[in-house]
Design a protein around this ligand. Structure first.
Ligand SMILES: [Zn+2]
Length: 128
């Protein structure tokens, strides 16, 4: 159960390292919104960008979670669905508050993901 909120996972650290290499400065494990009891893995407060590095299994990656679901019976799909609903709700609430949520799958290339984040932060710093 705790897997959902696990911190400093390998994929998360890899993304942070890639962001760091790009010269990005950020906060880790922060609540983007004070009223929202959810932390983002990486937060850029000025640009209002919140980054979540999502585990393929727990968050229902279309490429990787499906295979695992079949071997785990009924329980896991329900749990994954609950996580997906929660993720969607988090995205919605951030969006409502002028933030943007970036979701990175653990299977993605950390360097490519970091470039995507860096570009978004750069653009939003110019426009917000
Ligand atoms: Zn995946």
């Amino acid at each position: 159960m705790r897997n959902v909120a696990r911190k400093d996972t390998a994929p998360e650290l890899a993304v942070r390292r890639s962001l760091h290499k790009l010269g990005m400065r950020y906060f880790v494990h922060r609540r983007p919104l004070p009223g929202l009891r959810r932390q983002a893995d990486v937060v850029f407060p000025k640009a209002k960008v919140a980054v979540f590095v999502d585990g393929c299994f727990w968050h229902g990656c279309p490429e990787h979670a499906g295979k695992l679901e079949k071997t785990n019976g009924w329980y896991w799909p329900a749990k994954i669905q609950a996580n997906r609903d929660r993720d969607a709700d988090t995205n919605f609430r951030l969006d409502e508050s002028g933030w943007v949520a970036v979701r990175i799958w653990e299977h993605e290339s950390p360097d490519e993901a970091a470039l995507r984040v860096a570009e978004l932060v750069r653009v939003r710093r110019l426009t917000t």
